[in-house]
Ligand binder design. Structure first.
Ligand code: BES
Ligand code: MN
Ligand code: MN
Length: 466
């Protein structure tokens, strides 16, 4: 650690108990963006961040949108040319906590529990993304306390709709290009390679999310009177859904793999060197067996192959006991994870066609999109990425590695498209953090090291000339 960072690290250590208190206060706010019943609380979380960032010395603002508010904060940095300007991004919204009965403690009452790595913070949003966005906020707070100013120019953007597909993001970026343009964007919403090995994620998958309804008879029918005589929409839909994959796990949507590029020799080698422990990874999901597209390794299938998954299905009678009925309609949510070079609009069209070409007699489809985002690769030769790698390696006394992820973050593509610069995906989550699941957690150790990493990265970024 350099001269500027070392006293800040000491400050981070001294601040840690209060940093945890502040994170707990944020975690107590149920900012569930997908559920309109929580609109007030979602706004409350935005306001919490506005107040907190203002208290550190940022010029902070809450911006109303058609959906949930955006929070921006600015710090001018030193009065010098060539100082990098970095946009930091995180999201203050969270996924719904259900099923509630599977939580060991209430999702919005953050709790410290013992873990194999020390203590972990259990709450909805602990790692995704409140705990993670607080890592850079706490780094700024400590740096400001020690030095009275930040060594680079900083803009912060906190979003409240990431978990619902970021519908207001593109219009917001379009309308605020000047305010948000920077040299690079640091996104703190991904994971590490393992608890001891820091990582920068250089590929993210994209997403095409659809809701499909199949409508059949004019009303629910007695299954004895009509069964055998007319189409049952649930029978018909499940038949169609079963055709999405063949027995080898290969997606059967026409043209699905057309634009997928093979991995380079170099990437294959680099990924092999990571030493992926498949057994340990599968254990985080309670499995012993992997499954998926034949002919590709598990890491490849997660990071560089597209997928299609049924995320939900409902219709007919699902209550207690037996009700002999043929439901009038059935619905499902089907999503595809995309990889680099696939066109999300094209895949959405092919998926629509796939259903349309299989329309059962007398039935009708309704197909709706719940958001589309492209896959992303970020260049690995930028000076900002090199600086961040250095800061991470210093903090962990271990080389940082470059990894992929199967998840998606719409902002990264939007920034590239609308503002014209790339992102750096730096995160401190672990595979077993139960993201989007009951008992989501963030390791205390990851929180603390995340803050310290951002301090070291700040120092390294200040040495890059923009
Ligand atoms: N933070 C995640 C994405 C992620 C998950 C990155 C795991 C790395 C590892 C993000 O909040 C998320 O859940 N994204 C959604 C996007 C969707 C709602 C558009 C996803 O990937 O499902
Ligand atoms: Mn997230
Ligand atoms: Mn998420």
């Amino acid at each position: 650690m350099g001269q500027a960072a070392q006293p800040v690290i000491d400050k981070v250590n001294a601040n840690l108990p209060n940093a945890v208190k502040r994170l707990f206060a944020l975690l107590e706010i149920p900012s569930i963006s997908t559920d309109p019943a929580y609109n007030d609380q979602t706004r409350q979380a935005a306001q919490f961040m506005v107040d907190d960032l203002a208290s550190i010395g940022f010029d902070t603002k809450l911006h109303d949108t058609d959906g949930h508010p955006m929070v921006t904060a600015h710090y001018p940095g030193p009065d010098k040319d060539n100082v990098p300007h970095v946009l930091y991004y995180g999201h203050y919204d969270v996924q719904p906590p259900d099923p509630l009965n599977l939580w060991n403690s209430p999702p919005f009452e953050p709790t410290l529990v013992d873990s194999e790595h020390g203590k972990s913070i259990v709450a909805r949003g602990a790692v995704d993304d409140k705990g993670q966005l607080m890592t850079f906020v706490e780094a700024f707070r400590a740096w400001m306390a020690v030095h009275g100013s930040l060594p680079i120019r900083v803009t912060i953007l906190l979003e409240g709709e990431e978990e619902s597909g970021s519908p207001s993001l593109d219009p917001f970026l379009e309308a605020n290009k000047q305010m948000l343009t920077a040299d690079t964007c640091i996104v703190c919403d991904t994971g590490m390679w393992d608890v001891k090995t820091p990582a920068i994620t250089y590929m993210l998958r994209g997403l095409v999310y659809t809701e499909v309804t199949l409508k059949g008879p004019s009303h629910d029918l007695h299954s004895g009177m009509y069964g055998g005589a007319v189409v049952n929409p649930i029978n018909a839909l499940t038949r169609v859904l079963s055709q999405l994959h063949n027995d080898d796990g290969v997606v059967q949507i026409p043209g699905f793999y057309d634009d997928v590029l093979p991995l380079s020799e170099e990437e294959i080698k680099q990924w092999e060197q990571l030493g992926f422990d498949e057994t340990e990874f599968l254990a985080t999901a309670g499995y012993k067996e992997p499954f998926g597209e034949k002919g590709h390794s598990t890491l490849e299938r997660m990071w560089s192959r597209p997928t299609c998954d049924i995320n939900g299905i409902w219709g007919g009678y699902t209550g207690a006991g037996a009700k002999t009925v043929i439901g009038a309609q059935v619905s499902t949510k089907v999503s595809c994870r995309l990889v680099a070079n696939q066109d999300p609009d094209k895949i959405f069209e092919s998926l629509k066609q796939f259903f349309q070409q299989r329309t059962p007699p007398g039935c009708k489809w309704e197909i709706q999109s719940h958001g589309i985002s492209p896959a992303i690769r970020v260049p690995t030769d930028s000076p900002y990425l090199q600086a961040a790698m250095k800061g991470l390696s210093e903090t962990y006394s271990k080389d940082a590695v470059l990894i992929g992820t199967g998840g998606s973050i719409p902002l990264v593509g939007s920034i590239q498209k609308i503002l014209g610069f790339d992102s750096l995906l730096i995160g401190f989550g672990l595979d077993d953090d139960r993201v989007h699941s009951p008992n989501e957690k963030f390791e205390m150790r990851c929180f603390e090291m995340g803050i310290k990493s951002h301090v070291a990265i700040l120092e390294q970024l200040a040495a890059v000339s923009s």
